[in-house]
Design a protein around this ligand. Sequence first.
Ligand SMILES: Cc1ncc(COP(=O)(O)O)c(C=O)c1O
Length: 402
Amino acid sequence: MSFKLSGRAGEIDDEVFRIALGLPSDVLKLTAGEPDFPSSDFVNSAANASIGRGETHYTNPSGIPELREEIAGKLRKENDLSYSAEEIVVTPGSSPGIWLLMFALADRGDEILIPDPAWFHYSVLARLAGCVPKRLPLKKENGYRISAADIEELAGKKTKLMIINTPSNPTGRVMGREELSEIAAAAENSRMYVVSDEIYEKIVYPPHRHVSLASLPGMKERTIVVNGLSKGYAMMGWRIGFTASSAELASKLSSLLGYTMVCASSVSQNAAVEALRNRKSEEYARMMVEAWSRRRDLVIKAVKGSDGLIDMIPPDGAFYAWMNVSSSGMDGKTFASRLLKERKVGVLPGYLFGDTGRDFIRISFATSDDVVSEGMERIVDFIRSQSTAAKWAPSSTAGKAE
Ligand SMILES: Cc1ncc(COP(=O)(O)O)c(C=O)c1O
């Protein structure tokens, strides 16, 4: 018997899960959206101790007080942001937090401004919240920067929220103060709130630095910070995220969370307290970022070696590389599917991240040095075999990998 799906469920694209979960074991996977490291020993021990103490009950939907205090402390120390524990809500990963915020701040039919390209969850979550995702195209010529003019051109009366993500999935761009100031000014002029997804904040490559939009003058009132422990602490499966907003909004988010997700796992919350308290977390993050920095260098080197066939701006942060592969004569979807079949390398087609991603693929270098090197070698070899002088002539800017 087959179940007749609702229109809502029917319109959700399952492609990304089909690709990522369906890759056979002999494929080199450059698809992972998560650290290739396990959570640290001291976090694991803290979880065991928590179970031993019987901390296995429901918690307050907003999270346990110790964790909310630790998060407020982290925001003060690391992000120059002053929030009290009542303004923090612990969510089961940051992704549900984004959905709760859309639900709490935008009505049915309201628009949510989402950069294009951007992480595919945003537009799906917007639709699930009954809203209309409105895409803001980012251009390579502008280094994928968002300008105030771009925002003001698109934002209308129905635009309630904008999502930004720095460092970005998929471009790897880190927004500097200047760009954030433009976004701040445009948000104010358009009377919009901004959800600032900072999940990759700890993964930045020198000389770049992460700056939170909420730390800009006057922006705390307009910004909701979303972050979590999945990437910087390698705690993906623990499902701990958080939002920082106002006490009033936090209280509403807490009720919405209480009715839907009930609470984040009690054991994970206690492990997260240890992750935030223990100074060894900094060393752990440094160790991971060093590894990703080395792999980023491998990717840049391979792209340089493609003699301009792959066009890419090197990532400033996160562990993704966003590559234009149009010199192959194929769009990103065909390229990714043939690369998988013919060279056994798994990458994500760029269209999943928005219409501007049509000619792109996204690779993740959160995997071993060997897989990154071999995978990139096969990608370059494949694109070389497909590109003919007739289809494509090198330009002076293509493939610049500085
Ligand atoms: C941009 C971005 N935000 C949020 C998340 C979600 O992280 P989590 O729900 O594990 O906190 C991801 C995961 O890939 C992401 O890429």
